[in-house]
Design a protein around this ligand. Structure first.
Ligand code: CP
Ligand code: NVA
Length: 305
């Protein structure tokens, strides 16, 4: 593994090893055992979009591993004023050991990784959010004791989270059902590529417009904001269209009795999810958020140590 850009590029074993390492690092962190695996290493963190979890967990993760995180807002570096991705890659690789990037275009991240001789980590694009889903798989494993044979239902927008969850479920052996409004289905190319992964894993993937069909018998209910970063202008329209896709107590009653509720956060209570669900007994949202730290430390250690 040179880069961490899409779970589709990882093997089942690589994902399983990352989750095992994340659980080990988490356990040792709780016991106060430190590992300076990245002593003297620097991670450049390019952000073109806002972030709470990703920024803080990557920065803290680097510090815990003995390395140094460098926050690079795209509005401060020359990339934001039109310097090419090629030149940015060739310059940064002379100073630092890895690049983490959160931006709009997925193509930009692929281009950066093509030109940079150092590892590139995708910290969210309009297309994918693999770091989140790695932490989510760790969280599901911790709560359910297994991944294979479980069913995850994703309700809402066919966005970056839906795409990475499809790849993650297929690789880890979960069945995945995605319910979106008709005009907000997941990207066709991602669906096609994920279909290959589901076929290889022998698991099922359901794409539907019916949230009840998706949630029926699910072990995990997952949702995300209806208005992703960059889509703010569509908010009024989206709030109308997505109303029937709210994760409500009535909808959750169709899932298994011991289902867990997940959300990558930030969440908007009363929109994609009822407060009773996200703040209720089935919710594991803060475990997910915490696991961003441990899962990303596993990624950093694997790519850089
Ligand atoms: N879930 C997630 O990536 O959160 P941030 O946008 O706060 O980084
Ligand atoms: N789909 C959301 C995820 C945020 C972590 C977005 O892209 O804004």
């Amino acid at each position: 593994m040179k880069d961490f850009i899409s779970l589709h590029d990882c093997t089942k074993e690589e994902i399983s090893d990352l989750i095992k390492l994340a659980i080990k690092l988490k356990d040792e962190n709780k016991k106060g055992i430190t590992h300076h695996l990245l002593k003297g290493k620097t991670l450049g963190m390019i952000f073109s979009k806002s972030s709470t979890r990703t920024r803080v967990s990557f920065e803290v993760g680097m510090v815990q591993l003995g390395g140094y995180p460098l926050f690079l807002s795209s509005s401060d570096i020359q990339l934001g004023r039109g310097e090419t991705i090629y030149d940015t890659a060739k310059v940064l690789e002379r100073y630092i050991d890895a690049i983490m990037i959160r931006t709009y275009s997925h193509e930009d991240v692929l281009e950066l990784a093509r030109h940079a001789d150092i590892p590139v980590i995708n910290a969210l694009t309009d297309l994918l959010h693999p770091c989140q889903v790695l932490a989510d798989l760790q969280t599901i494993y911790e709560h359910k004791g297994r991944l294979e044979g479980l069913k995850l239902a994703y309700i809402g927008d066919g966005n970056n989270m839906a795409h990475s969850l499809m790849y993650g479920c297929a690789k880890a052996g979960l069945d995945c059902a995605i319910a979106t409004p008709k005009d907000y289905a997941p990207n066709e190319e991602v669906c096609r590529m994920a279909a290959e992964d589901f076929k290889a894993a022998g698991t099922t993937r359901t794409l539907t417009n019916d949230p009840e069909e998706a949630v029926s018998g699910a072990d995990v209910i997952y949702t995300d904001t209806w208005v992703s970063m960059g889509m703010e202008k569509e908010k009024a329209e989206r709030v109308k269209v997505f109303q029937p896709y709210q994760v409500s107590e009535e909808l959750a009653a169709k899932a298994k009795e011991d289902y867990i509720f997940m959300h990558c956060l930030p969440a908007y209570r009363g929109f994609e999810v009822e407060p009773e669900i996200i703040d209720g007994a089935h919710s594991v949202i803060f475990d997910e958020a915490e696991n961003r730290l441990h899962a990303q430390k596993a990624v950093l250690a694997t790519l850089l140590a």
